[in-house]
Ligand binder design. Sequence first.
Ligand SMILES: Cc1ncc(COP(=O)(O)O)c(C=O)c1O
Length: 307
Amino acid sequence: MIRLLNHPPSPVQELHAPLFAEKGIRLLVKRDDLLSLSENGGFCGNKWRKMKYNLLEARLRGQNRLLTFGGAFSNHISAVAEAGQSFGFETIGVIRGEAPASPSPTLQQAAARGMHLHYTSRSEFQRKNNPDWIAALLEQYGDCYVLPEGGTNRLALDGCRDMVEEVFEQCAGNLPHYYCVACGTGGTLAGIITGLNNTAKAIGFSVLKGGFMRDAVIQLLLDYGVAPSDNWEIQEQYHFGGYAKTTPELFVFMKTFYREYGIPLDQVYTAKLFYGLFDLIRNGYFAPGSSIMVIHTGGLQGNSKKF
Ligand SMILES: Cc1ncc(COP(=O)(O)O)c(C=O)c1O
């Protein structure tokens, strides 16, 4: 656990391109994808941030078993399995859908890391936040520290808030004007907003279709006890058809980005984030002189996905 708490800050890397010079902006990447205990591991990025205080809390409560929820390709399931193995927790993953004949690479790896997979019908999975169902699961598996799907809770927001403090120290005297991050549940963005204290604007890029992300983030801020301010917004037009949907154009973007900068992206979250951000830059969204911090939240374990 000390390894987790005392880990050095993730690096900040500046990207250079004629487009940025032309628009007079600076683009910095907070490489949270490099926060990892193992190479190509699932426990990195925003999962690291979101689980850090939860793992500590579980340990303080004397719990040695984690139970959580997710789909067959979930980065969160992968992260919980890896964190459990690294820090000595048993792990139970409640998985959306019946047991498949051939499990996804994410689930195979989670099982290999010792996670017990509890498959459940898609309709039952909808009850993932229902206290009666959670109580029934705990009855079956014994006392567990329960993490919600996607890992977003109050302690997760605290962990994401730490990331902003790291940036304050790393960029002291030259703080970014914008923070950009991909949104699934909105928890990472909400944590960033709580840390900003209106010193900069946060932009969340929703990877889901439906236009509900803004309300989700407002609810998370209210639950956290913070009055929603106006120093943040959601970009809704870069979901590429919805969660885990992709297009050939997105793959071309990922490949080109990797060739230019040597930074791998994942097709579910970070590729959509950078694609959207580059589009905003091209369209003159950011005033000359702006400095933008993009958060690379990891998710690379999912690159072996077959959709
Ligand atoms: C790699 C990656 N980036 C971003 C997100 C979005 O984070 P949040 O759910 O906190 O919005 C997730 C997932 O949940 C993720 O796995």
